[in-house]
Ligand binder design. Structure first.
Ligand SMILES: NC(=O)c1ccc[n+]([C@@H]2O[C@H](COP(=O)([O-])OP(=O)(O)OC[C@H]3O[C@@H](n4cnc5c(N)ncnc54)[C@H](OP(=O)(O)O)[C@@H]3O)[C@@H](O)[C@H]2O)c1
Length: 296
């Protein structure tokens, strides 16, 4: 069946750059029923995903494919980079293209307008953003009159931006949560204070026992119950399958136990947003992130 809207559960692919690992993950996802794959120009795996989709003979109309514009491509190369992504992914349209991160107002708008033009041409079905603040979204809407389809943002028990979440939901902008599981395993390098303490992990382990589920299922379900779409990543086919088995409900009192672990403020979120801009140089904006030959 054709997938027109963002599915609730998709496969994340950040750091999945080993061809065989990626292939096994996509195969397991497809066999399980996933219909969404999330990638990005900076993940450097679009070409491999294209090859794998062809190898597995996955019907394009049954897949929702998301990619993200590298911030280096905002100034001059947005459209060229989308055409390169299409070629790498072996497709003639993308279901969703996101601005990967918020930069300054002028750069954001330049890239957003380019995507809206490609949407008019039928190359992109939905245009969205990622890591955008409330102000960043408001600027885009004020200038173009078009709300982004979704905002893909960090969401874990320790890093939930409640103010931004409420804004997006009230504006009808879909939320996609990323790095939901990370703080349970390794400190997320982008959010150094996000690691869960042993006491917090023990509380989550108790909830896993209560619902007879794994940690992936518990936290992914928690995010879904907060109205997020989710894109868990796993290189392990068993865990890819497990992340889709979410047919249980977390009671409100247990949701609160997880919610209380949040230590991420709206001010911190705004500071994090600024870091993205500081990481892109003028030279990178001039040259863009365009891959040579073979697109790898
Ligand atoms: N827009 C952005 O700026 C942005 C930033 C970060 C991520 N993302 C997207 O969001 C996706 C998900 O985020 P993420 O990659 O940071 O990580 P994640 O989904 O939070 O997963 C973190 C780690 O948990 C492990 N894991 C997954 N399922 C598990 C399970 N059921 N049980 C135990 N362990 C499990 C995985 O390791 P194994 O591989 O060993 O299973 C994985 O490396 C990314 O892949 C990417 O597509 C977007």
């Amino acid at each position: 069946m054709t997938v027109e809207n963002l599915p609730n559960v998709g496969l994340g692919t950040w750091l999945l750059t080993d061809f065989n690992e990626l292939k096994h993950a996509i195969q397991a996802a497809w066999e399980t029923g996933y219909q969404h794959i999330d990638t990005a120009q900076v993940y450097n795996n679009e070409y491999d995903i294209g090859v794998i989709l062809k190898d597995l003979a996955i019907d394009r109309s049954e897949l929702f494919l998301t990619t993200k514009i590298a911030p280096m491509n905002y100034k001059k190369h947005t459209k060229t980079s989308v055409h390169q992504s299409l070629q790498r992914l072996g497709t003639d349209y993308l279901d969703l293209v996101l601005l990967h991160a918020e930069l300054n107002k002028t750069l954001n708008l330049s890239a957003y307008q380019a995507l809206l033009e490609l949407q008019k041409e039928g190359i992109i079905r939905h245009v969205g953003v990622s890591n955008f603040s409330i102000a960043g979204i408001q600027d885009l809407v004020e200038a173009t009159g078009v709300k982004p389809y979704c905002n893909q943002i960090v969401c874990s028990p320790t890093t939930r931006s409640a103010e931004l979440e409420a804004f997006c939901l009230s504006e009808g902008i879909l939320l996609t949560g990323y790095s939901i599981l990370k703080p349970y395993f390794t400190p997320n390098p982008f959010y150094p204070d996000s690691a869960l303490t042993d006491a917090e992990k023990a509380k989550l382990d108790t909830l896993c026992k209560k619902y007879d589920v794994g940690i992936g299922q518990l936290l992914n379900k928690w995010a879904l119950q907060h109205h997020y779409h989710i894109i868990p990543k796993s290189s392990n086919p068993k865990r890819v399958k497990e992340n889709y088995q979410l047919d249980f409900d977390i009671a409100a009192s247990d949701m609160s136990i997880i919610d209380e672990m949040n230590r991420y403020s709206a001010a911190e979120y705004r500071e994090d947003v600024k870091k993205w801009e500081n990481n892109v140089t003028e030279e990178q904006l001039e040259n863009g992130l365009l891959y040579e030959q073979h697109f790898k």
